[in-house]
Design a protein around this ligand. Structure first.
Ligand SMILES: C[S@@+](CC[C@H](N)C(=O)[O-])C[C@H]1O[C@@H](n2cnc3c(N)ncnc32)[C@H](O)[C@@H]1O
Length: 252
């Protein structure tokens, strides 16, 4: 999907079941996430991961952090006790409206809407910590790669960058080429394609796209963008069979 289409789908997800769209725990579907429990997952995750980051970067500064794809601010709020200033950025204005409602840290936390395929709203070299979880998988790989290079640009020299992205996509039944000698098959495939396009264009049912980036490609990209990789580790979401990786890097 193009970015403007992805945005409409996330706006719709935010309108219908925002917290479940962020954390798709099956028994929480249908607006069943208790809000305190939901935000507590953000604090626990950030506390544990920052401890790991500080173990490898003991001199990490506590000035500013960026949460890319912040959604309703689950992790942004978790970052606020650790940094003087936190920026959460997201493609969906509706997600951001919910995030602002739940902000408990006043002006120290800012939420920005970014509809662009880069981070042009943010100046170079300003964040001590750049963070992104369960976001890069929900966009076409070309966009995800551009944002990863931008993470390095906006990180302060010596700043840490931590993000997760799967290296495997869920298996999808391919539709197959339209050019076929069987009129029946042609009709069936054309109908499937049209149904999918209809769903994308008219957001009849919101879609959560799933994409992946091969580990070697991510590592090469980080190196080209000016970051040194400190650690790459398995980062598999609970209940998901897909291989996913966490990347911890430091801007040179
Ligand atoms: C599954 S939610 C994760 C939210 C948050 N990272 C967390 O873990 O609580 C994915 C978020 O990514 C956002 N998103 C999708 N594509 C984006 C893009 N190109 N730029 C910024 N945010 C994007 C969606 O709007 C959604 O809020």
């Amino acid at each position: 999907m193009k970015l403007h289409q992805t945005r409409r789908h996330w706006d719709r997800l935010a309108d219908t079941d925002a917290l479940w769209a962020v954390l798709t725990t099956p028994d929480k579907k249908g607006n069943r996430w208790p809000i305190d429990e939901f935000f507590a997952t953000g604090r626990t995750t950030v506390d544990a991961e920052l401890a790991g980051v500080r173990a490898l970067c003991p001199d990490l500064e506590s000035g500013a952090a960026l949460d890319f794809g912040c959604g309703v601010g689950r992790l942004t709020q978790g970052l606020a006790p650790h940094f003087a200033r936190v920026v959460g950025i997201d493609l969906s204005e509706k997600m951001l409206a919910r995030a602002r409602e739940h902000n408990r840290h006043g002006d120290r936390v800012r939420y920005l809407h970014n509809p662009h395929p880069d981070l042009r709203l943010l100046a170079d070299n300003q964040f001590d910590f750049v963070y992104s979880l369960i976001t890069l998988q929900h966009m076409e790989p070309e966009y995800a790669k551009a944002y990863i290079a931008e993470f390095v640009r906006v990180a302060a020299p010596g700043g840490a960058i931590l993000f997760q992205v799967p290296s495997q996509r869920p298996a999808e039944k391919p539709i197959g080429p339209l050019l076929t000698s069987s009129p029946e098959l042609f009709y069936k495939r054309a109908r499937r394609r049209l149904r999918r396009l209809w769903r994308i264009w008219f957001v009849t049912e919101p879609l959560m796209e799933m994409h992946a980036l091969p580990r070697a490609e991510v590592e090469a990209l980080l190196g080209r963008s000016g970051a040194e990789i400190l650690n790459v580790y398995r980062y598999d979401a609970a209940g998901s069979a897909l291989e996913s990786w966490g990347y911890l890097a430091r801007k040179k």
